[in-house]
Each structure stands twice: as structure tokens, then as C-alpha cells.
Design a protein around this ligand. Structure first.
Ligand code: ZN
Length: 418
């Protein structure tokens, strides 16, 4: 099949599936309590795949995910991406590089072994650092019910120069480290090591502020490895707190904010879809604390409270999903500053034209297995999980993170905790 024919084939395939109209994202259903003791994971074999005709694929870099390559015909190459273990949320992360001995045009067919569904719009890069969306004309994804296409097709032009393809704009753990170093350059920021991940990577917190720890804030992100957009919102939020505005300076003299930007470094580094190196969804381990990452953070927070006699008044956990959504605590239950979270969400959202935030307060009154629940029920910290859309424009993500920090500082600067 030549290239023209394979394009027609894909057009035909895409048109078989009907479009589904979109309504407001209703968020996830109730969270089940699951066992969180270690489960085996399969580590992908790092290698270069020979796809024939002088075309090569590789997963030999930090953050890569690619398990198999099969040439289906002259112009169609199937790649298979598999999860670290099962059962798993079927949202595959992928990242790989391609090169060829001579310039070649061909199609890649993404396949997920019947386990996953194509979720992330592909990004490409010529240096492995700066990624941008591929041309939408080069990407086809059959429409399906409940956003669950089992395969997707991407047209690539390869050459001797390496081309990187990935599920999100940043890959691996280096960009997180670079950003932490940038934040650490401020004289009011300190690095705190709280332990090691299962594979021995450092678990690190940044302490931001010059206060006495009587009233503390906690921010975390990237419990789930592919969720970069949550990380981007967290970055903007933290950069707002670190700014040199009079408001931020006042805030840092009154409060200390602790941030753990990357909860799951092993998962990110190994290109996991969701779990840590113990094969567990970390955001289901906030009661059992069987995993080193969750255990270290809870120990740190409980130690801070004991050491200082202070308390956590606010906590936020940043994630990604289909569309922006805030999960908040049951509004009938009161933490250390009732009403704080709905107020900052509403005030910050008003500053963005035509944006009505999707807020889902928890209806339960019992502690559950998530970070959000741990922060609220154990520490009485007013807490939220902010899930940022996979495709939310990056400038809007920045605005949302920045305005949330701004409105939070405005309110907390007027308040005194004893
Ligand atoms: Zn998540």
C-alpha cells in the first residue's frame, strides 16, 4: 500500500465512527478502597527497534515508553505501548524517538494491547526538550463512545535527525529538576529531603517562606506520571507565591508553603501510565501508607505539626484529566478556614473571561484513600484537587495557577492564625 492509499484507508476508518457531542465533564465516580501493598510491575526493555527499510525507533531515554514495533506494510508501522501492570486506568503515556537512514514518510499506528485507549494528542520535538503539538492534519483518531479510541494514527517524516514523539510537552524528570533549581535560587526557598522512592530516587520538598510554621500550606503534584498539565498549573501557582510583588513578600513572612512537585519520580522516569515502582496508584494509598512516597510525605507533615505546634491550613494536589475540574471537600464540614477553597476558586475564575469553573464538592463525610481526604480529615487543611484538562491551552493553565495563588495570598494576608 503506498502513502496515498494508506491515507485514504485512514480517512475511511475515521469516518466510520460518529462524533459525540460534548457536555460538561462530570468527573470521576466514587473512589474505591483498594489494596496498596506492592504488586509486580514489568519494566520495559530499553532498546532500539529495527522497523525495516532503514527506520529505527528507540525508548532509550528518561521518560520513554515503547514496548514493541511491527511493520504492517510499506507505509504503516504499528507501535505497541503497554502498562506497568494491571488493572490500571487505561490512559497510556507514550514517548519514543525515531530516525531513518534516508528521508521517509510513513504512518505510525498506536496500539495499546487491548488495555488502553488513545488519550494524549501527540507532541513532537527535534531536541527531546522542547515539544509542540503535531500538525492536526497528520493525526487521526477514530471517534468513539466515551472518548475511548483503541488506536490512533500519526504521519511522520523521518530522517537521519532524531525526531521525538511524546504524549505531553515535557518528558522525564530533568525538567522538574531544572525548575526546582530555579525556584531554589530564591533566598527564601530551601530544599528538604524526605526520603527515597522505591528505586532510590530522592523525594524532595521545597520550603517557601520565612515564617514560624504556625500556619503552613502543602502543595503536591504528579502522583500520576503522565499528568503534566497539573504540574504546569502547580508551577504557575508556585511562581506566583515566589514573585516579588508586595503581596507575595508579605505572604512569605506570614506563612510557609511546602511543595513536593513530583510525588512519583520512578513512574515518570520509567514512563508509567499511572502507578509507582511498587505497582500502586499512589492516590489510593493515603490511609494505608504502604508506599515510600506517600509514607514519607505524611510523616513529614505529621512531624512538622508536632515539631512546631503549628497546623496546615491549606493543601492542593494538582492532576490532569479530560477537562478542568476542581474536587473540593464537603461544604458542610469545616476545616481550619471554612470557605477558603470555594472563595479562591470563584474569585480566580472570575478573572478569566467566559470561564465558569467546574467544582465538585465531595458529598461524603468519611475519610477516603486520596491525598485530598488525608489533608482535610487528618490535618483539617482546607484542600482541593485541581485536575487540569490535557488540552487546556498552556497560557490559560498559567493564568489559572497564577490567579489561584494571587487570590489565596490576598485572603490569607488579611488573616491571622494563632
Ligand atoms: Zn491524577
Amino acid at each position: 500500500m503506498n502513502l496515498r492509499n494508506s491515507s485514504l484507508f485512514i480517512f475511511a476508518l475515521a469516518s466510520i465512527f460518529s462524533c459525540k457531542s460534548t457536555s460538561q465533564w462530570e468527573g470521576q465516580g466514587p473512589i474505591q478502597i483498594i489494596e496498596t501493598v506492592d504488586k509486580p510491575i514489568s519494566i520495559q526493555e530499553k532498546q532500539t527497534f529495527d522497523a525495516g527499510d532503514g527506520v529505527f525507533f528507540s525508548n532509550e531515554f528518561n521518560g520513554a515508553r515503547l514496548n514493541r514495533v511491527d511493520r504492517l506494510n510499506d507505509t504503516l508501522i504499528q507501535i505497541t505501548i503497554l502498562p506497568e501492570n494491571e488493572p490500571i486506568n487505561p490512559s497510556p503515556w507514550y514517548a519514543f524517538k525515531i530516525w531513518s537512514e534516508k528521508p521517509e514518510d510513513f504512518w505510525i499506528q498506536f496500539s495499546y494491547g487491548g488495555i488502553g485507549f488513545h488519550r494524549y494528542f501527540p507532541k513532537s520535538s527535534l531536541d527531546g526538550v522542547n515539544f509542540s503539538n503535531v500538525d492536526s492534519l497528520d493525526f487521526f483518531q477514530p471517534e468513539s463512545e466515551e472518548r475511548r479510541p483503541e488506536m490512533a494514527f500519526l504521519k511522520v517524516e523521518s530522517s537521519l535527525d532524531t525526531l521525538w514523539i511524546a504524549a505531553q510537552d515535557k518528558v522525564g524528570t530533568d525538567h522538574v529538576q531544572d525548575w526546582k533549581n530555579k525556584v531554589l535560587a530564591h533566598d527564601f526557598v530551601e530544599l528538604i529531603s524526605i526520603g527515597e522512592s522505591k528505586h532510590g530516587r530522592p523525594l524532595e520538598i521545597l520550603k517557601i517562606g520565612n515564617s514560624d510554621d504556625k500556619a503552613m500550606l502543602m502543595v503536591i503534584s504528579m502522583q500520576h506520571p503522565p499528568e503534566l498539565t497539573g504540574f504546569l498549573a502547580m508551577q504557575a501557582f508556585i511562581e506566583g507565591i515566589c514573585s516579588d510583588s508586595p503581596q507575595a513578600i508579605k505572604f512569605r513572612n506570614k506563612y510557609n508553603l511546602y511543595v513536593m512537585p513530583q510525588m512519583n519520580p520512578d513512574g515518570v522516569s520509567n514512563g508509567h501510565w499511572r502507578h509507582n515502582a511498587g505497582g500502586i496508584d499512589l492516590n489510593r494509598d493515603w490511609i494505608n501508607f504502604n508506599q515510600p512516597e506517600t509514607k514519607a510525605l505524611a510523616k513529614f507533615m505529621e512531624y512538622k505539626v508536632q515539631e512546631t505546634g503549628g497546623k496546615f491550613i491549606f493543601a492542593a494536589d494538582f492532576h490532569s484529566t479530560w477537562e478542568d475540574i476542581f474536587y473540593t471537600n464537603n461544604e458542610e464540614l469545616e476545616g481550619n478556614f471554612p470557605g477558603l477553597i470555594p472563595k479562591i476558586i470563584k474569585r480566580s475564575s472570575k478573572r478569566i473571561p467566559d470561564y465558569i469553573p467546574n467544582i465538585r464538592p465531595n458529598e461524603g463525610t468519611q475519610r477516603s484513600v486520596t491525598s485530598n481526604s488525608y489533608f482535610f480529615f487528618v490535618h483539617q487543611a482546607e484542600s482541593m484537587t485541581f485536575e487540569v484538562g490535557d488540552n487546556t491551552p498552556r497560557d490559560i493553565i498559567r493564568m489559572k495557577g497564577d490567579y489561584l495563588a494571587d487570590e489565596l495570598m490576598k485572603i490569607l494576608n488579611k488573616k491571622t492564625f494563632r
